[in-house]
Design a protein around this ligand. Sequence first.
Ligand SMILES: O=C(O)CCC(=O)C(=O)O
Ligand SMILES: [Fe+2]
Length: 419
Amino acid sequence: YLVPALFPEYITPILPTFISPDAVSTALKSRSSSNSDTYNNKIEQALVLPVVDLSSPSAALQLDEACSTVGFFLLVNHGAEYTVKEAAGTLNSWFKWIYEGSEEANQDRHSVTRGNQNYGPGLQKPGHMEEEGYSTLEGVYAVGGGRQDFVVINPEAEKRKKEGDEYYASDIAQIWYEDAENQWPSSKKGRVVKPALEDHYREMEKVSEKLMALFAEALVMEEAKVLGTDVKKNAGRELYESRFAPLVDKHTSNLVNAYHADPRIARLAPGGDAEYRVSPHSDTGLFTIIGYGDMGCEGLEVQLGDDLSKGWTEVSTSFGMRKDQPLVVNIADSMTRLSGGRFRATPHRVKKSEPNSVGDRLAIIFFFAARYDAFLEPVVKFDGGDKRLAVRAGQITHNYLTATAESKRDFDAWVETKE
Ligand SMILES: O=C(O)CCC(=O)C(=O)O
Ligand SMILES: [Fe+2]
């Protein structure tokens, strides 16, 4: 499976020192040669993710430590335990039923994937995931292996757009909100999907808000350490309120419910023998929160350290035994920028399933992304070594990267009027 790369021409002017088509293809080549090594000489020790416990007084420290090193962590005591379990249970049985292929199931399949195109609201081009990749800061995002995505955008967006809220209704907003109405299953069996996922989406918003506040705490702590000053009382809260809250009050997050059918029935899905289930990439938003089904994060691998040739480390899925519904969180490109490079958008991939593996793999992925008009620049004074130019969040998020050239031109022209 070759990852077809799209290298939008906008990247060169905006990020001159940062990413180029050549750099990406070189990185991909060195990765695919190290892949086979990784597959053959499997790194015995799977990575046990660091834990961030939202109920702990040292949560900010835990967060800083995890995000400045691994870039991935396990989030516990997050408050969304109920909807994680509900969403996973509901989606597992619904997707499985769709794969069984009854006539009624096919109707659902068509209504949610719009002709079986892996198409969801807020993602503007039918079939974009089967045929395209797009370059993120650390690789090319493309999914294969017959992954079925059922995408949910902000359940409030359609209403706000109809009410004429300019943020949703303006011409340039249509990259995110052209298609703001979520398409829900219509079958009797599928009717439970809507309430479960709307609830889960709202819980993920709450968890994200808590995390943003904690990121602010972590950054003021680190800043004080670097500058040799004391952390001022309420400094974290103030940073959150002045800089972070305004970036995300109208976030553009997508909830992507990603399903890989049991390899024994996956021949029903297109592209079932892709090289990767998800190609090596970093995510584009602020951070990503993932709840997994029964198979846990099976196949997920991360690239640790700064040297791209270091190869891949499998993420231990042992947390699947825990009863408290831990969530996997990873830093994404926009947060790397905000944090002046301190928090690491770690490249990751999902390798293809072993021929003899059994079971469906479900990932309920909340891509938390800033408002499209948010200006992303470091919010702390210390020199974290990240010299990337500031950019509007919308210019690096998923929808922009998959939008038409014309929409991108319109958006970029609008951005210029705002600078
Ligand atoms: O399914 C997973 O474990 C991760 C998926 C992923 O990285 C993505 O879709 O961005
Ligand atoms: Fe990802």
